[in-house]
Design a protein. Structure first.
Length: 416
């Protein structure tokens, strides 16, 4: 289930078919059990049903029924620390928000909850006690800045493979996204997110180090899909970007390229930093002492990438080969070079650090590094299951070396 807290489920998209509501349907008039001996009596107010052997049955208010259901949910640890947002809870119970507020007011008088605006409704009790009685939900959560529809196809395919592998073991995968969890001062929003939606394990994908540190400091079971800094220490699965970029630099210098540029995002992500370090070390290890490498950063926009290319084109010592991170930017670089009148690979050679399915449909076919999405998902799945089961994780850092795909965009440079 993909959704954001405090939003109407009308904006919710689901990874799986929406499950049945976890709460019973409420009705304003509970059914009355039949009795062997009943008679219909008339009075000034109309007709009423009287049980001869038990008196008149009591009619519970709708708010009272909500109180009983929420109280049972709290006792069963359906939620930990916080109740869901009013809109989410009201629609789950199929009642109006005014009815829900009346029930919450009654629960607050009973000492079971406390309203803490603007954060929400806090469940009274210790975190330690909640953890002792918490049961596995058989649900894994995935947190990412953007919705799946905006992710690279290769990443979306990994998530889909992971979902299938989890389903085979009886687990569901919920995905959460939103920029509000990755801005400065987002700790309270993260706290609300994990409290309202307890899961057996969280998968952190494309998230900054600050978010990884928060999950670590809160002792929330989680793994990282991507590279994690050793100082943070969370288990992760990712490609070996250091070895990949070192190998790419060696391929270019080995063909005789002396002026090489690595075009990448201006990023603090561990995988991107490992890429830069591998590229620099690969150039330094070249047998040709005249080989030079340069890293050119962009701001993750089309315009900033084109500005980088304009600056390189204006130089007297133009590069003869370029390594480009991210398949979409590789397509932009190749097509913009063509617009500038530069042929690939006739005038300049290109390599793509990353792979995606659509690259097979470009001409010339890019030289790049590819990996099996299903194999990546299997590694991630095993790490998740170890975390869920509380088993010791012997290898926290799982790095996969992708396969070198020799395309048609990397050739020896033209003679000067």
């Amino acid at each position: 289930m993909v959704y954001k807290p405090n939003q109407s489920p009308a904006t919710v998209s689901e990874i799986h078919k929406r499950p049945r509501p976890p709460f019973p349907m409420l009705s304003a008039t509970p059914p009355i059990k039949s009795s062997k001996k009943t008679k219909r009596m008339s009075g000034h107010g109309g007709e009423l049903l009287e049980k001869l052997d038990g008196g008149i049955p009591q009619r519970h208010s709708l708010a009272g029924q909500v109180v009983e259901i929420i109280q049972a949910g709290i006792q069963k640890r359906t939620w930990q620390e916080w109740l869901p947002a009013e809109r989410v809870l009201a629609e789950s119970l199929h009642v109006s928000r005014s009815t829900l507020r009346a029930a919450l007011a009654q629960l607050e008088k009973m000492g079971m909850v406390r309203a803490q605006r603007p954060h929400g409704t806090k469940i009274l009790g210790t975190r330690k006690a909640a953890k002792k009685t918490a049961k596995k939900s058989h649900i894994v959560a995935l947190l990412t800045p953007n919705p799946i529809t905006m992710l690279r196809p290769k990443i979306a395919l990994i998530i889909d493979e992971l979902r299938g592998q989890l389903a085979e073991c009886g687990y569901r995968l919920h995905t959460f996204h939103g920029g509000q969890y990755f801005t400065p001062g987002a700790n309270s929003r993260l706290q609300r997110l994990v409290a309202e939606h307890p899961h057996d394990c969280w998968v952190l994908t494309l998230v900054p180090d600050e978010v990884k540190k928060w999950f670590r400091d809160q002792n929330i079971p989680c793994v990282v899909s991507g590279t994690c800094d050793p100082d943070i220490g969370l288990p992760f699965v990712d490609l070996d970007y250091y070895a990949l970029c070192r190998h790419a630099a060696g391929q270019m210098t080995g063909l005789g390229h002396k002026r090489i540029v690595f075009i990448t995002e201006n990023s603090t992500k561990a995988g991107d930093l490992e890429s830069e370090r591998g590229f620099v070390d690969g150039i330094a290890a070249a047998s040709d002492s005249q080989a030079r490498g340069q890293i050119m950063h962009h701001n993750n926009t089309r315009r900033s990438v084109m500005k980088v290319l304009d600056r390189l084109r204006a130089r007297d010592d133009r590069p003869t080969a370029m390594l480009v991170a991210h398949p979409h930017f590789y397509i932009l670089v190749q097509t913009y070079l063509h617009e500038l009148g530069l042929r690939v690979p006739g005038d300049i050679s290109l390599m793509c650090r990353d792979d995606d399915t659509f690259l097979d449909y470009t001409r010339p076919v890019p030289t790049r590094y590819s990996f099996d999405s299903a194999a990546f998902a299997r590694r991630l799945f095993k790490l998740i299951m170890q975390t869920v089961d509380g088993a010791p994780i012997l290898k926290h850092r799982l790095r996969i070396m992708p396969d070198y795909q020799k395309g048609a965009t990397l050739v020896a440079p033209n003679s000067p």
